[in-house]
Write a protein that binds this ligand. Structure first.
Ligand code: NAI
Length: 450
């Protein structure tokens, strides 16, 4: 009998397993592919590795801005992909090592939930049966494939985030359906390497959900870099390499050697016996409360399968909430300070309310903002680069309710803002914090004095 059985070894599952094992629980985790899930194997880590190669190339290509000229500059696409594979292998091995050092039993195979009775929750894998006091479901999400006429017939021209990672050759042209996070990160990578990239986005702006002003600035930067971005463009059919879309009442088409479909992801709730427990779903995902409990006692869910906040760091924290409550530490999930980062070049990062979300909730707030160039370090390292820092402050108490950044390295700065929001810090309290000089992070402090 295990204290905790976990299905799925992604950032929700493996972090929960590690924490639970560390706290002395007897833990079993099932994973049918590689440990690390989508994030480590075909998401966050491989894309960031590719994007780092692209950024290195970009820096060398535009090195003359910094007094550096590189002759005969070139990149080796196969080597870029090979390094990505090496990084993934190393980190997968790291996760496996953590399972071992925390005494977690790993079963490589497909788990099927058999049901719950007075003995516990029964899960089978092949011919083996396992019993757990508690079950944590972390089966993640998969790429949503929209019912666009001709898409299924287009064969291997069509890619999702999975197939695009293993291309052996750089496509000369790429059409991206969906200008969300996945779409814009691949747009950035391939644009840097010289592929002709076209984005077809149905909404009025790319990266919906982020601060609108910052999304528009990023779009402008990429338009100048040569990406063809079509907004309010609805894809109506695909014929071979051609994507047809309706825009402004007219039908237009664009051709790509490859077509990336990145129109969102869907929770994986089928194929592992969930129906044998009678777990309640909500909007396609498993419904949970703030302790990640489902409607069935001792059955929990964390990560993308809840369909709520499809981010690896949310998933890990949700897994931790489950483990803390199982080990006598009262904990609950809070979603008001979860950072969102887009690893384009320049990066975008934000946490808390955007102007759009604050308005929709009727919050009273004021906006403090400054160009990134107010931070000396940004000027030193981003010749001619545009950037912005925007801080939203509650009108009544002066507390920070949202921070949004455009410019490198926003991804590494934003956690400071997460702490400020999580701790409900006011602008006055933040003004007393000492920031290291010279750093780009000082823009945060500059802005709250603005
Ligand atoms: P997304 O939800 O971010 O973006 C999908 C986009 O496709 C939206 O802008 C939507 O309006 C558009 N769209 C939908 N149907 C369309 C159609 N028929 N024609 C044209 N446009 C259409 O989803 P995405 O990019 O696939 O990412 C999936 C998930 O993975 C997201 O929830 C994201 O948070 C997560 N992710 C996070 C990353 C990060 O944190 N840096 C990186 C990559 C993915």
């Amino acid at each position: 009998m295990y204290d905790l059985i976990i299905i799925g070894g992604g950032p929700a599952g493996y972090v929960a397993a590690e924490r639970a094992g560390h706290k002395g629980l007897n833990v079993l985790i099932f994973e049918k592919k590689n440990m690390g899930g989508v994030c480590l194997n075909e998401g966050c880590i491989p894309t960031k590795t590719l994007l780092y190669s692209a950024k290195t190339y970009d820096n060398a290509l535009h090195g003359d801005k910094y007094g550096i000229t590189v002759e005969n500059l070139k990149f080796d696409f196969e080597k870029i992909v090979a390094r990505k594979n090496k990084v993934v292998r190393k980190l997968v091995a790291g996760v496996e090592g953590k399972m071992k050092s925390n005494h977690v039993t790993v079963v490589k195979g497909e788990a099927i939930i058999k049901g719950k009775n007075s003995d516990g929750i029964a899960v089978a894998c092949g011919d083996e049966n396992y019993l757990g006091k508690n079950l944590l479901i972390c089966t993640g999400s998969e790429a949503f494939i929209p019912p666009i006429p001709g898409l299924a017939e287009a064969g291997d021209i069509i890619l999702t985030n999975r197939e695009i990672l293993d291309l052996r050759q750089q496509p000369r042209s790429l059409v991206i359906i969906g200008g969300g996070v996945i779409g814009m990160e691949f747009a950035s990578f391939y644009n840097s390497l010289g592929t002709q990239v076209t984005v077809v986005e149905m909404l009025p702006e790319i990266l919906g959900g982020l601060d609108g002003e910052i999304s528009a600035m990023l779009r402008d930067i990429y338009a100048k870099k040569g990406i063809n971005i079509n907004l309010q463009a609805k894809v109506v059919k695909i014929e071979g390499n051609k994507v047809f879309f309706e825009k402004d009442g007219k039908t237009d088409s664009v051709e790509g050697e490859k077509i990336l479909v990145s129109v969102g992801r869907r929770p994986v709730t089928k194929g592992f016996g969930l129906e044998n427990l009678g777990v309640e779903l909500f909007k396609g995902g498993i419904k949970t409360d703030e302790k990640m409990r489902t409607n069935i006692p001792n059955v929990f869910a964390a990560g993308d399968v809840t369909g709520f906040s499809l981010l690896a760091h949310t998933a890990s924290r949700e897994g931790e909430v489950v483990v803390n409550n199982l080990t006598a530490r009262n904990d609950r999930m809070r979603y008001n300070a979860i950072p969102g980062v887009v690893y384009t070049n320049p990066e975008v990062a934000g946490v808390g309310e955007t102007e759009e979300s604050a308005k929709a909730k009727g919050l009273k707030y004021k906006v403090l903002k400054l160009p990134m160039a107010y931070a000396g370090r940004f000027v030193a390292e981003n010749e001619g680069g545009a950037g912005l820092c925007k801080v939203l402050v509650g009108e009544k108490y002066g507390e920070v309710i949202g921070v949004h950044l455009l410019g490198n390295p926003s991804s590494e700065i934003i956690y400071g803002a997460c702490i400020a929001i999580e701790q409900e810090m006011t602008v006055e309290e933040l003004q007393e914090v000492v920031f290291p000089h010279p750093t780009v992070s000082e823009i945060f402090k500059e802005t709250i004095f603005a």
